[in-house]
Design a binder for this molecule. Structure first.
Ligand code: SAM
Length: 265
C-alpha cells in the first residue's frame, strides 16, 4: 500500500501507540452503543471502536484517508464512513437516538469542534477526546486558576469534564510539539445553571474579552453603557466590581446574566 503523506494543516498526528488506543476505547466504555468518531485517519481507534460499538459513524475530511479506510472497513456492517467536514455534517442525519463521541481531535480546530458538540447536548451523552494538554487543562479548570476561561465555562455549563489519561508526544506520528491528554465529558441532563443561554454567553465573552480589565470595566461598554447600574448588579451578585472574570464561578456569571437580562437585554 502506498504511503499517505500526513497533512499538517489538517492536524494529522496519527496515534501509533496501541496500548493508548486500547486505553481510550476502554475509558470511552461504548460497548453496544452508537458512536461518532471524528477524524478516523488511519484507523487507530476506528477498528477497536467498531469491535465494541453497536454502530459507528466516522467522519473524515481527507479524501485519501477516507478512501483507504473505506476499503479496509468494507466487511464491517456496523460502520458508516462519511467523507466530510465535522463542522458541516448534520449529525441528526446519522443518529436517531443518543450517541457517544470518541476522537483524537485535529488540534487546529479542537475548540470549535467541542463547542459544536456542546450544542448537541440533547443527543450526546458523553464525549471522550484526545486534545492538547493545554486545552485539556482549560476544559477542566476551576475559577481562580490561570487556565479558567470561556472554554471552561462553555464545557462545564453543559457537561462534567475530567482528565482521564496523559499521552506523551512520542505516541504520535508525526510527533507534535506538545503532549496530549484524554478528556471525558459527561453531558448534563440540563445545564448547570438556569439562564437565557444567549445572554449568559454574551456576558461571559464580554467579561473575558480583556483579561487585564476588572469585571466592571470589561462589561462596561460591551454589555451596558451605565457604569452605576453595572456596579450595582455586580455587587448584588456578591461580587467585588474590581474582581477579574477568571475568579467568577458559573453561578456568579448566571446571577449577572439573569439580573442584567431584566435590566438591559
Ligand atoms: N483518529 C486518528 C488517530 O487517532 O490516529 C487520526 C487523528 S488526527 C489527530 C485528526 C484526523 O482528523 C485526521 O485524520 C484529519 O484528516 C481529520 N480531520 C481534520 N479536520 C477534520 C474535519 N474538519 N472534519 C473531519 N475530520 C477532520
Amino acid at each position: 500500500m502506498a504511503k499517505i503523506k500526513p497533512q499538517k494543516r489538517l492536524g494529522q498526528n496519527f496515534l501509533i501507540d496501541d496500548a493508548i488506543a486500547n486505553a481510550i476505547v476502554r475509558e470511552a466504555d461504548v460497548k453496544g452503543r452508537d458512536v461518532l468518531e471524528i477524524g478516523p485517519g488511519t484507523g487507530a481507534l476506528t477498528f477497536k471502536l467498531a469491535d465494541v460499538a453497536k454502530r459507528l459513524v466516522a467522519v473524515e475530511l481527507d479524501r485519501r484517508l477516507y478512501n483507504r479506510l473505506k476499503e479496509r472497513m468494507e466487511q464491517r456492517e456496523n460502520v458508516v464512513l462519511v467523507w466530510g467536514n465535522i463542522m458541516n455534517v448534520n449529525l441528526d442525519d446519522f443518529f436517531e437516538g443518543q450517541f457517544a463521541v470518541v476522537a483524537n481531535l485535529p488540534y487546529y480546530i479542537t475548540t470549535p469542534i467541542i463547542m459544536r458538540l456542546m450544542e448537541f447536548r440533547a443527543k450526546i451523552d458523553k464525549v471522550v477526546v484526545m486534545v492538547q494538554k493545554e486545552v485539556g487543562r482549560r476544559i477542566v479548570a476551576v475559577p481562580g486558576s490561570k487556565d479558567y476561561g470561556a472554554l471552561s465555562i462553555a464545557v462545564q455549563y453543559n457537561a462534567i469534564p475530567e482528565l482521564v489519561l496523559e499521552v506523551p508526544r512520542e505516541c504520535f506520528k508525526p510527533q507534535p510539539a506538545v503532549d496530549s491528554v484524554v478528556v471525558r465529558m459527561r453531558m448534563r441532563e440540563k445545564p448547570l445553571v438556569d439562564v437565557n443561554e444567549e445572554n449568559f454567553f454574551k456576558v461571559v465573552r464580554a467579561a473575558f474579552s480583556s483579561r487585564r480589565k476588572t469585571l466592571l470595566n470589561a462589561l462596561y461598554g460591551n454589555i451596558a453603557g451605565d457604569k452605576n447600574v453595572l456596579r450595582k448588579v455586580i455587587v448584588e451578585c456578591g461580587i467585588d466590581p474590581g474582581a477579574r472574570a477568571e475568579t467568577l464561578s458559573l453561578y456568579q456569571f448566571a446571577c449577572l446574566s439573569n439580573k442584567l437580562e431584566q435590566l438591559l437585554f
